[in-house]
Design a protein around this ligand. Structure first.
Ligand SMILES: NC(=O)c1ccc[n+]([C@@H]2O[C@H](COP(=O)([O-])OP(=O)(O)OC[C@H]3O[C@@H](n4cnc5c(N)ncnc54)[C@H](OP(=O)(O)O)[C@@H]3O)[C@@H](O)[C@H]2O)c1
Length: 161
């Protein structure tokens, strides 16, 4: 089974989005996202894709939707996206939003979480997770956020999705 990755930026109150957008602008965080995901596969929900407005360059973009979307690989299920990832050596990152994190947080074995300092108003939240199940493999401090790379053994439920 392929190891699966998740990447997210969240505030201390777990907010990840507000009004269809990310409620902060932290260029250093975007650079980290770019560095980690470039040359790999990114899988996102249709609303996140619309919020970004275009496929992100130098990565294979997969959008999860019940409808075909022009100009980008569309999958109806997470499993369909994972199967595409299994055919390559590239890493597969679930990049949000909340619907996609809810569907995948139990099947990934790596999470890159940027903990953004402060509490934000928003309407979209990262799922509640038990961080005791996770090991902090790496922790990097920045002025506006702390990036933690969490790992755990691959969940066997992955084979059931
Ligand atoms: N802070 C971060 O790291 C981060 C990262 C990403 C996004 N965000 C924010 O999160 C918000 C968007 O998140 P969201 O939860 O509202 O939307 P989302 O997860 O981006 O997209 C939801 C859409 O994905 C499709 N989908 C979801 N589950 C599906 C399933 N089981 N089968 C088929 N299609 C499915 C549906 O598309 P259809 O309706 O087309 O069927 C659904 O409407 C925005 O505010 C965005 O800026 C934050």
């Amino acid at each position: 089974m392929k190891e699966l990755y998740l990447i997210a930026a969240m505030a201390e109150n777990r907010v990840i989005g507000a009004g269809g957008k990310i409620p902060w602008h932290i260029p250093q965080e975007l650079q980290l996202f770019k560095k980690l995901t470039t040359d790999n596969i990114i899988v996102m929900g249709r609303k996140t894709y619309e919020s970004i407005g275009r496929p992100l360059p130098d990565r294979e973009n997969i959008v999860i939707s019940s409808h075909k979307i022009e100009g980008v690989t569309t999958c109806r299920t997470i499993l369909e996206a994972v199967r595409i990832g299994e055919q390559t050596d590239r890493k597969l990152f679930f990049i949000g939003g909340a619907d996609i994190y809810n569907l995948t947080v139990n099947i990934v074995s790596h999470m890159y979480i940027s903990w953004v300092k402060g509490r934000y108003k928003g309407d979209t939240y990262f799922p509640e997770i038990d961080l005791l199940q996770w090991r902090e493999a790496e922790k990097t401090y920045f002025d506006e956020f702390t990036m933690i790379h969490y790992t755990r053994p691959q969940s066997s439920s992955y084979s059931l999705i």
